[in-house]
Design a protein around this ligand. Sequence first.
Ligand code: F6R
Length: 612
Amino acid sequence: MCGIVAYIGQREAYPIVLKGLKRLEYRGYDSAGVALLNGSGLKVFKKKGKVAELEDHLTGKDVRSHVAIGHTRWATHGEPSDRNSHPHASGNGKLAMIHNGIIENYSQLKQELLKKGHVFKSDTDTEVLIHFIEEIQQSNQCGLEEALRIALKRVVGAYVIVLVDEDNPDTLIAARKGSPLVIGVGKGEHFLASDASPIVEYTKEVVFVNDYEIAIIKADELILKNISNERQTPYIQKLDIELAAIEKGGYDHFMLKEIFEQPQTIFDSLRGRLDAKKGTLTLGGIREHAALLAQAKRIIIVACGTSWHAGLIAEYVIEELCRIPVEVEYASEFRYRNPVVGEGDVIIAVSQSGETADTLVAMEAAKEKGAIILGVCNVVGSSIARLSHAGAYTHAGPEIGVASTKAFTAQLAVLCLIGLRVAQEKGSITQQRFQHLLDELDTISEKVAVTLKLNDQIKTIADKYKDARDFLYLGRGYNFPVALEGALKLKEISYIHAEGYPAAEMKHGPIALVDENLPVVFVATHDSYYEKVVSNIQEIKARKGKVIAVVTEGDQTIPAMADDVIEVPAADELVAPILSVIPMQLLAYHIGVLKGFDVDKPRNLAKSVTVE
Ligand code: F6R
């Protein structure tokens, strides 16, 4: 949430920062701004709306500079507007700052500063922080770095901040707690960003800044210190993403590109781990913890949104294979209800970004109480990956579309591997079933490729139903979370109200909504619940609802009842959600596009929710 980017070096900074902001726009697009330092001092430009509007606003203006900071905002404090946009300046106009996060005690700090005569131009917590730093600098007669350190000791909340100072034009100062910051190390230049996507074009060498670290960055020098002013050794890592992975590659939208990447991303998530021919499964990241996992009293999966839906499917898979009780918790709820958790419990945190604030806080709480933490996330080096005792990455590659698609199927694949590995360790699965599921996973990416061929058919169905006011999504068992995910995708992308429900639970309320105008999407592939779902379809048809059914190829029964049928390849019910979710993604995508919406940047949303 909110993207920050900065550059210091010999090149023109503005084009680098502008391009970086476009790459980070998925993190928020309420407003954008830049601050530049050149011979004529500090200049701040900002504009409500998307980065393109800032770019138009700056066309023809003098933006020459070798030092710049930029921000794309997802509004927290203060409505989206020019004046609430970042960067924010200090009272004397000499400092400018960008911020991702929330300063929770900003109101108290603001009262103190107002009494001292500070005047604020925005409603943001960020402007309060920069005035607070300025106040300390002036009252303590100290440098910016020292003032920042003192200020951060009083700040409650999460932040990544980057500061430029007109009086020190050859230095950027940054600090982090709770929100992500990556520094790209070039030859005589440094790049700062919320993630690696603005950096990868220029350098693959990066430093992931840790919580409570302050970075002092010059063109040719990077100094890291902790909050007690002790030098830290920057740990330089090599990125393994390519530029092509963060570009649209000929697709109209990132979302469509990412949906179509799934055969590859699922394959990549399984590669090197699963060898169906040899009947082996290796998960290096959890090897040392496999025995502890097999003895777990309980597994608690914490996640948000789409990752939570992946967790729900994993609950069914792990309970079935490992016979260990599994609970799936919304991270935000888990954290704040003083959960009963401790030694013997295993937490699996599932997250695409690896930066979701609620998930991080939930993990921290459980870790403090003695639980073992496993991370399943997509972004290498992310906060969730680093906070985990062990884990397994999904190898879905950068997901730029705000609606999660390929990360979800990669999570399902990896969670299934974890379930199988623990079951093997525990001896709760027969060799025959183990081998069968390895074979099923081994062929799943080919079946996803077959499913994607339904794109045109799904587009036609989307056109037929795009004007509906509401949708109901129903499924049972492994397909119930798929129904939830289908409804979430539709809401996000097309702004149509949609509800996901367990198909049987529909009778306990939502059936009242059914009439001839209500499309009901059934996820009804051939599994142990199939006959029951057929009955549920009949209940909907009896009330004249329109049924769109996702079924297994060759189904003879449901096509005779449904208004529209989408056939996916047959698969074991444990892995079938990886296939049945594809039509959900495509249906939402096409309805969103047909309604004329920007599906990559749906309103009010942002990827990587770094505020609680
Ligand atoms: C939905 C979506 C969100 C995320 C959620 C968790 O399409 O993208 O619901 O799934 O914000 O994000 P991560 O997985 O990054 O923790």
